[in-house]
Structure formats: structure tokens, C-alpha cells
Design a protein around this ligand. Structure first.
Ligand SMILES: Nc1ncnc2c1ncn2[C@@H]1O[C@H](COP(=O)(O)OP(=O)(O)OP(=O)(O)O)[C@@H](O)[C@H]1O
Ligand SMILES: O=P(O)(O)O[C@H]1[C@H](OP(=O)(O)O)[C@@H](OP(=O)(O)O)[C@@H](O)[C@@H](O)[C@@H]1OP(=O)(O)O
Ligand SMILES: [Mg+2]
Ligand SMILES: [Mg+2]
Length: 339
């Protein structure tokens, strides 16, 4: 932590104000390396002004200058793709252990692959904690595979139709979010590996997004794909691209919903899931997409985990994030006092 006014430049410098509520009356400097889209959705004025009043200032990392020459920072928030950036931030992290880097690049990379992202959910074995949490059955089709062999692979693995086809790698591009619903296995040969093929689980058209910010979780409901009946499955063939239904800012929280579908998953289950994943993934900032199997009360599937998601859409994110950033520096300060 730094004393008031110690930082010398940066586009947000003019936003600084005296009078803080930080642990020791010092400013917390948060460097950020985000795309312009992310900066716009995350650093909303309602958030930056609340943070400023609590002594947190945000400073843009200048990607054209060496990172070690910038700052000093207390915390770095980042979400940029590419190996070059990963190397820069990893090197900085090792040389500046006093700076909290959210989060380590190798832990983030674990979520860039749709197979590895869900592996920790499988390992967790949350089967007796107010409900059962697992992942849909899935099959990876590697890059080397000839697309014409996909129908055979699917049949051999005993996968149940319909299937959701997802690009294996999630790299922040629109293409990595291009998903398809496959009603028959033969049409899958139209798609381009590498892919993850996941069994489609009927869930009543509603999804739970569990936002994790350190130790805090917030759950919102979003609209999702409707159930697919056996009758529909028998009548339809082909692969169909579908839009990013659950990403819309319009939440399903206020809609008139069937309580059997919309009732929130049990809090102890969500808390345990988030805590365990936080530790196993080594991440502070992510969200979990979870669905309830239609017709059940407590059978859940995790279908997606995203690093540093769209927190701007999380109700009350300004307060949650401000408290989180302050708690990070406070625990560091306390540690310093006791060592
Ligand atoms: N196995 C599944 N069963 C039923 N519906 C699914 C399944 N997998 C995905 N979906 C639906 O497709 C949507 C997109 O899937 P997913 O969340 O995996 O993609 P994404 O591109 O990573 O999304 P995001 O924008 O959240 O990163 C889900 O929100 C859900 O509506
Ligand atoms: O665009 P939004 O603000 O909605 O945020 C989305 C975010 O995009 P951004 O990081 O470019 O902002 C996505 O990241 P990438 O996988 O593409 O890296 C992914 O995390 C989505 O799940 C987020 O939507 P949410 O799950 O929160 O609804
Ligand atoms: Mg998702
Ligand atoms: Mg995702």
C-alpha cells in the first residue's frame, strides 16, 4: 500500500480524492490490463466512484511500456489473451511477490480448455451435500481427428443424443463461443474439430450463474435453451448453431417462473462448490454455469466455468468488488504486522 499522492501519473490520477476508508488510511492502487470492452463493462462509474471513496484507485497498465517500470501497484487485475502477456505477467508475479496478481496465468489457462475446466468438478465428488453436482457426459474430438469419423466415435462412446458441440478451446474470441446443437450423430461431421461434445441435459430453460469474487458468491438466473422432447428428437435431424442465450443482460430473476425449475440450488451446496473450486483452481475471480436436471430437485450439472466474467451484470458488484479488493490488502497488511 502506498501513501496518498505517491503515484505520479495515469489516466485515472485525476479521480483521486483524499479521505479513505482503507485499513490504515492509505490508498490501494489497482493496475488493470483489460480489453476496452471489458474496461467499459467492468469499470463503470458507479464502481470507480465507490472504490475511490474507499481509497481504491484504478490505473491502466500501459501495454506499450515494460510492466516493471509501471506502478507501484498493490493489486493487478488482468484478462488479456496470448502467450506473450502470460509470460509478462508470470515474470512480474515472480519478481514482485508483494503485488497481488489476480490471477496466476497458468490457473487461468486451465479454464481455456473445456475439458480441463470441468475436471475439478468431477474430482470434487459433491454427491452428498444437499444435492448432487456432476458434469454432463462429454467426449473430446481432437484436432487430428477426421470429422467424418465423429459419428463413429460418438456411437462407440455410447453418447446420448442430442449433443451440444463446443469448441475445445476458449480464447476470448467470438468463435470460441460458437456452439451447435446436434440432433443426430451423422451431421456432426459437418463440424470442425477440436471440439467437446456434451450430452444435452434438459433443464427447463433456466440456468444458474454463480459468480465468485474471492469468498463471496452471488447467484443469478438466466434464460437458457428449452427442453428437447423425445418426439422433437425423433423428428429433427441436423446441427444447428445457437446464439449466446444465457449471456444476455436480461436476467430471469424477475420472470414468472415454475418454482420447480427456478428454485435456487441449496446455499450450502453452492458455498461448498465455490470454495472447493476456488482452492482447486487457484482462482479468485470466475463464474460457474449450473443447470438442474429437469424433473429433479437436486441433481445439478456444471456446464461451463469462465474466468473474470461479466461482473458488470452481477447485482451489487460495486460493493462486492470494493470489499474484496480492500480485504486483500488488509490481510496482507495484517500479515506484515505479525511477521
Ligand atoms: N450440456 C448442456 N445441456 C444443456 N444446455 C447446455 C449444455 N451446455 C451448454 N448449454 C446451453 O448453452 C449455453 C452456452 O454453453 P456454454 O456456457 O458452455 O458456452 P460458453 O460459450 O462458454 O458461454 P459463456 O458465454 O457463459 O462463456 C449455456 O448457457 C446453456 O444455455
Ligand atoms: O461479455 P460479458 O461482459 O457478458 O462477459 C462474458 C465474458 O466476456 P468478456 O471477458 O469479453 O467481457 C466471456 O469471456 P470470454 O470467455 O469470452 O473470455 C465469458 O466469461 C462469459 O461467460 C461472460 O459473460 P457472463 O458469463 O458473465 O454472462
Ligand atoms: Mg456459459
Ligand atoms: Mg464459457
Amino acid at each position: 500500500m502506498r501513501l496518498n499522492g505517491e503515484i505520479s501519473s495515469g489516466e485515472d490520477e485525476k479521480e483521486k480524492q483524499p479521505g479513505t476508508t482503507t485499513f490504515s488510511g492509505q490508498k490501494v492502487v489497482v493496475g488493470y490490463a483489460l480489453t476496452s470492452k471489458k474496461k467499459k463493462s467492468f469499470l463503470q462509474p458507479s464502481f470507480t466512484s465507490l472504490a475511490r471513496n474507499k481509497g481504491i484507485i484504478f490505473v491502466a497498465v500501459d501495454l506499450k511500456k515494460p510492466l516493471p517500470e509501471q506502478g507501484p501497484f498493490d493489486i493487478i487485475l488482468h484478462k488479456l489473451s496470448g502467450e506473450e502477456w502470460d509470460d509478462i505477467i508470470e515474470d512480474y508475479r515472480q519478481k514482485h511477490p508483494e503485488v497481488t496478481v489476480l490471477d496466476p496465468p497458468d490457473a487461468i489457462r486451465h479454464l481455456h480448455n473445456r475439458q480441463s475446466m470441468l475436471q475439478d468438478v468431477v474430482d470434487l465428488n459433491l454427491s452428498d451435500c444437499h444435492g448432487k453436482v456432476s458434469i454432463p457426459r462429454q467426449l473430446v474430438i481432437t484436432k487430428e481427428k477426421d470429422p467424418s469419423s465423429i459419428p463413429y466415435e460418438v456411437t462407440k462412446a455410447g453418447m446420448k443424443l442430442p449433443l451440444v458441440a463446443k469448441p475445445l478451446v476458449v480464447d476470448g474470441t467470438a468463435k470460441s463461443h460458437e456452439l451447435f446443437l446436434a440432433y443426430d450423430e451423422f451431421s456432426l461431421s459437418e463440424l470442425e474439430p477440436p471440439l467437446v461434445l456434451q450430452e444435452f441435459v434438459n433443464h427447463g430453460g433456466l440456468l444458474f450463474k454463480i459468480y465468485v469474487v474471492g469468498e463471496t458468491i452471488k447467484v443469478v438466473r438466466r434464460f437458457s435453451l428449452p427442453n428437447i422432447s423425445k418426439r422433437e428428437l425423433s423428428k429433427v435431424a441436423g446441427v444447428f448453431r445457437f446464439p449466446r442465450v444465457s449471456c444476455a443482460a436480461a436476467s430471469a430473476d424477475d420472470a414468472d417462473l415454475d418454482p420447480n425449475i427456478a428454485e435456487h440450488p441449496p446455499t450450502p451446496l453452492l458455498e461448498k462448490l465455490a470454495r472447493e473450486l476456488r482452492h482447486r483452481l487457484g482462482l479468485h475471480l470466475f463464474n460457474i454455469d449450473m443447470i438442474r436436471e429437469y424433473g429433479t430437485k437436486d441433481v445439478f450439472y456444471v456446464i461451463d466455468i469462465n474466468y473474470f466474467p461479466g461482473y458488470g451484470k452481477m447485482p451489487g458488484y460495486e460493493h462486492v468488488f470494493t470489499d474484496f479488493l480492500l480485504s486483500l490488502t488488509q490481510s496482507k497488511f495484517k500479515k506484515k504486522l505479525t511477521t
